[in-house]
Design a protein around this ligand. Structure first.
Ligand code: SF4
Ligand code: SF4
Ligand code: FES
Length: 323
């Protein structure tokens, strides 16, 4: 995260003077049948942020607009909104002429730009996000080594803005039961804490369903704190869950690994057969891929191996023996 607490850049075309036009999505589920967009003209000011625009619409234009903020300095994470389809912090994002402001996705709208955090908070509570000490608290000051906390140092920058949750395609599949990236960041922070003694691998695999993550990196793309969510939270949790034997939902990864170890290459058709079995649907899909030259159906059944397959297998086995 930027060490500065004051925005210092000026958006192109947002010099003081003149005005900008913005569109804001309005919706009160308790009275409106459907959302609508309203346009507003707002005077430009120096270093104008999206939050300044919302303040003007609310205070100067007298619009009963629902929006949320607290710190105005990229610390509290309450002000996330979508600007032109992408989640940003309203207090930090430069205002642009012609921008469209909407609530962030993947969570219910309370009113206008305010979304409910209830689902996130319930999921967070379910993963027990408190330190569970393996040894008794030694008293203040507790001797802590900086090196011991290096693996989780970036995770501590999370401001719980939920921008990452709002773009996760797996959360969008409501029946996936996936906790989501923000919850996994909180869980990983504890799992990587040397003082913690809870079975975080079990929680990651069974409660948070970490293996449902498809590593699309959308969460990292939008994180305003620039946290390496996949490599420093999700992947360590997957490793921990695997090491502790909680691999529910890791069927795809396990099948992929088994096929690469056996054949020395990622034989997609073989992985698909291993996962789905010989169903009519799988056969139809296989035939379609075969016609397009994208799958070798017969090869999937033959014990087809790449040159150097033994070397690939030995490399994997060596890796599995590593700490
Ligand atoms: S990980 Fe990043 S995007 Fe997600 S809640 Fe934390 S700060 Fe926001
Ligand atoms: S990388 Fe995983 S957690 Fe992040 S958005 Fe993609 S599926 Fe969701
Ligand atoms: S108002 Fe606190 S992060 Fe934007």
């Amino acid at each position: 995260m930027s060490p500065s607490s004051t925005p210092t850049t000026e958006a192109p075309g947002v010099a003081p003077g003149g005005s900008i036009r913005v569109r804001i999505r309005r919706f009160d589920p308790s009275v409106d049948a459907a959302p609508r967009f309203e346009s507003y003209e707002v005077p430009r000011t120096r270093l104008m942020r999206v939050l300044d625009v919302l303040d003007h619409v609310h205070e100067a234009l007298g619009v009963d607009l629902g929006y949320r903020w607290l710190c105005t300095s990229k610390k509290c994470g309450t002000c996330a909104v979508n600007v032109n389809g992408s989640p940003v912090l309203a207090c930090w994002e430069e205002a642009q002429d012609g921008m469209t402001i909407e609530p962030i996705g993947n969570m219910p709208v309370v009113r206008d730009l305010v979304t409910s955090r209830d689902g996130y908070e319930a999921t967070l509570a379910a993963v027990a996000p408190q330190l569970q000490r393996r040894e008794e608290y030694p008293g203040f000051p507790e001797p802590l080594a900086a090196d011991d906390f290096a693996p989780s140092v970036h995770l501590r920058d999370c401001i719980q803005c939920l921008a990452c949750q709002s773009v996760c395609p797996v959360i969008a599949q409501k029946d996936a039961g996936f906790a989501g990236p923000a919850v996994l960041v909180a869980l990983a922070e504890l799992a990587l804490d040397p003082r913690d003694g809870a079975a975080r691998g079990a929680t990651a695999g069974s409660v948070a369903k970490v293996f449902s993550c498809v590593s699309c990196y959308e969460c990292e793309r939008v994180c305003p704190a620039e946290i390496p969510i996949v490599s420093e939270a999700i992947e360590p949790l997957k490793r921990l869950a695997t090491a502790q034997g909680h691999v529910a939902g890791a069927r795809r990864a396990a099948a992929f690994l088994a096929v690469v170890k056996e054949r020395g290459f990622a034989d997609g058709a073989r992985v698909a057969f291993q996962l789905n079995g010989l169903t009519l649907r799988a056969l139809r899909l296989g035939l379609r891929l075969f016609r397009r030259g994208k799958a070798d159906i017969l090869g999937a059944w033959r014990a087809r191996r790449a040159p150097g397959a033994d070397s690939v297998r030995r490399t994997y086995e060596h890796g599995e023996g590593s700490p």
